[in-house]
Design a protein around this ligand. Structure first.
Ligand code: SAM
Ligand code: SF4
Length: 454
């Protein structure tokens, strides 16, 4: 009998990808996805605990689903970082919760669900799997209706930045064997995927601890050779591990997209030191210069935090100064949020909430201006776009991204989905671009489609 599963996902791409993996695995025991919680036999909340706000969302989501438990006897589970962090405490706190699924328990999810179904047992599975088997991805059986796919290449982190909960909830750094990764990329290409995004907390540390394994730039080279894959991206990189080989890969590998997400967190050496980041503002800026020398068109994005303990006005000014110097294409900016169990949670001299909020607003205003200017600078240029699907802007519009990862909306048919097309940028918005397929090329596409249908 077919059943329905609803998954609510919070947090990073890693979580989005884990949710997809859970859906694939659950198909094996006849659970199929629904977007409606009230239709679901099983509700899973895939959680994030990197900051306080997403962590709180878990409890409000559980509150919303409580009624469904009463009405339909729905099975309810919490997965991801909050599950790993809280373990049994979650079962104690939420009496109607059936399952707590740790970050490395995804492969056994179907068995856990079957146990709950058969015995009504409440389950908590938060052990760390040292074999690394939890990294294996299960691919859908049929064709994939997608042009882009994530591929996990490693999990966990050994850096222990003083603010960060990740090493505690995702475990130590573990890389997946490269043969397994290449095999998965080849299968994705056969299913029609054109772009892969390699995922890990610190992808440029790939291969450490696996004897005889490729390093990250060698892995990229192997993926670059996979037929059918047109574009390669990766996230996230740590500035400390950004090697010369990786920088050179941008000028060598034709499918590697000209974009890097390189979180800097702060522009002040005093704060970087307290964060235990392992680099200085000077060495970060040097790496940026070097990247731009090798690949002048590279787009740069980063994560930055304000209000870390002891951050004074001068430290914040240095963060703004670094932003103005680099001129990032975009930034993800956060207020520091103390995380229980991390070293920084014990630091004194906390910045008041009001002060953090004010700094965040100032920083975001500056970045908004730079992002818009960067978008405006593309007007008139022709960009290669990988068409992803219908645009939310209107029925006649389709959408895709430039190699530098900027969203472009333009008029065109859905037959172009999965194709690389050249689009002239005609207008810039704060978070996207508008464009047109140049007349001659549009005519050519139309002809190609006619030829093919004939
Ligand atoms: N591995 C990546 C790196 O080294 O930069 C970051 C991964 S972390 C999940 C994503 C981002 O969340 C970080 O870059 C940081 O800006 C932010 N973050 C992590 N812990 C935080 C905290 N305690 N408070 C606020 N932001 C935090
Ligand atoms: Fe967290 Fe630092 Fe590891 Fe990134 S490198 S996941 S910020 S501990």
């Amino acid at each position: 009998m077919q059943k329905r599963v609803y998954i609510e996902t919070y947090g990073c791409q890693m979580n989005e990808h884990d949710s997809e993996r859970m859906l694939r695995l659950l198909e094996g025991i006849s659970y199929f996805e629904t977007k409606e919680p009230k239709e679901a036999d099983l509700i899973l909340i895939n959680t994030c605990s990197v900051r306080e706000k997403p962590e709180h969302k878990v409890y409000s989501a559980l509150g919303r689903f409580k009624r469904l438990k009463g009405e339909n006897d729905t099975i309810i589970g919490v997965a991801g970082c909050v599950a790993q962090q809280e373990g049994e405490r979650l079962l104690d706190r939420i009496p109607y919760l059936d399952m707590v699924i740790g970050t490395q328990a995804i492969p056994v999810l179907p068995e856990l669900v079957q146990k709950v179904e058969a015995f009504g047992q409440r389950i908590c599975e938060v052990g760390f799997d040292l074999s690394g088997g939890y990294l294996k991805t299960s691919l859908p059986r049929g064709p994939l209706a997608k042009v882009k796919s994530y591929v996990t290449i490693m999990q966990g982190c050994d850096h222990f930045c003083s603010f960060c909960i990740v090493p505690y909830v995702r475990g130590r750094e573990r890389s997946r064997p490269s043969d397994e990764i290449i095999e998965e990329v080849k299968r994705l290409a056969e299913m029609g995927v054109k772009e892969v995004c390699l995922l890990g907390q610190n992808v440029n540390g790939y291969g450490k601890g696996l004897a005889g394994e490729l390093d990250f730039s060698q892995l990229l080279e192997r993926i670059n050779a996979v037929e059918g894959i047109e574009r390669i991206r990766f996230t996230t990189s740590h500035p400390k591990d950004l090697s010369e080989e990786l920088i050179q890969a941008y000028s060598r590998l034709s499918k590697l997209c000209e974009h890097i997400h390189l979180p800097f967190q702060s522009g002040s050496n005093k704060i970087l030191n307290a964060m235990h980041r392992g680099y200085t503002r000077e060495s970060y800026l040097e790496k940026i210069d070097h990247l731009r020398e090798r690949c002048p068109s590279i787009a740069l994005t980063a994560d930055v935090m304000v209000g870390f303990p002891c951050e004074e006005e001068e430290d914040f000014r240095q963060t703004l100064d670094l932003i103005e110097k680099v001129r990032f294409d975009d930034l993800f900016s956060f207020k520091y949020s103390p995380r229980k169990g991390t070293r920084a949670a014990q630091f004194e001299d906390r910045v008041e909430e009001r002060g953090k909020q004010d700094r965040l607003c100032i920083l975001q205003e500056i970045q908004k201006r730079i992002t818009f200017q960067k978008n405006q600078a593309l007007v008139g240029f022709v960009e290669e776009i990988l068409v992803e699907g219908q645009s939310r802007q209107g029925d006649r519009d389709i959408t895709g991204r430039t190699r530098s990862n900027k969203i472009v909306n333009f008029e065109g048919g859905l037959s172009l989905v999965g194709k690389l097309v050249r689009v002239q940028v005609t207008k810039a918005y704060p978070h996207s671009l508008r464009g047109d397929i140049p007349g001659v090329e549009l005519a050519c596409f139309q002809e190609c489609l006619v030829c093919r249908s004939g």
